[in-house]
Ligand binder design. Sequence first.
Ligand code: 8YV
Length: 328
Amino acid sequence: MSKPKILIARAVFPEVVARLEEYFEVESNQADETWSKAELAARLRDKAGAFTTGGDRIDAGVLAVCPGLKICANMAVGYNNFDLDAMTAAGVLATNAPDVLTETTADFGFALMMATARRITESEHYLRAGQWTKWRYDMFSGSDIHGATLGILGMGRIGQGIAKRGALGFGMKVIYHNRSRLDAALEAECQASYVSKEELLKTADHLVLVLPYSPASHHAIGAAELALMKPTATLVNIARGGIVDDAALAAALKDKRIAAAGLDVFEGEPLVHPDLLDVPNVVLTPHIASATIPTRLAMANLAADNLIAFFTGKKPLTPLNPAVLAIK
Ligand code: 8YV
């Protein structure tokens, strides 16, 4: 019997490609070429499955020319690159890669918050530029993490991981806002108190964004929200570009309406708003929150597991639209 055809849309660990080749006829993009949407659709046209990453958009336009496509397995927990409604309507299963990246991403969120509050990269640039000629009592003074109020917008698994690091490791007071409030046991475990979004913005010393991107969360942090924050506060975005209005943030940083920001994700990435590149009080990283080799490997293997399970008649591990399975 011939093997089902799949596309691996981006370069990925060779051992994961080899694993998939045991089950599938694989076309892979190990050269990591940048494909337009039309090129991606053309390569998917004769495929039954796709291994995608967060930058590979699967929507009605792509689906319309890929009638044989049955499953797209995302190597990411976020799946705003999928038009889930269109996929469900077309009977295409979507899967994501949750859980395996939770602790690594929470580590990074915490690291970015600390780097932002303590001005790590700004001071390193100063040193590397040869500007450090003498010590001064107030040079690069930042704000404390220990004992400060940590605000978390989006209290899923990664948000909870950050809350625990803050409360248990650094004695922070943790407040959060989320679409739905956590149950009492989980709140106690995270030592976190639920507050309104307005109170979160007004009270947090360090605000970390970990909510999923959707039309509802587009520009959840814009000029009006930034205006509510303390002038001493810091903002960290490890969620998705588009949740923050980057132009409004750059203006707030320039005018010191908030103290500093740390950004791992950007509107229109890999492009970065030029105004953000011009302000010193922002730490910028290229979407690396889940980037440790064991975690990225686990994410890739989970996407592969979903493809293998689906095509060998087993239940995929992390389906996003399981109704599609019920129909089949
Ligand atoms: C990925 C991410 O590295 O999992 C997510 O949602 O944002 C990152 O961990 C990226 O999306 C690549 O797929």
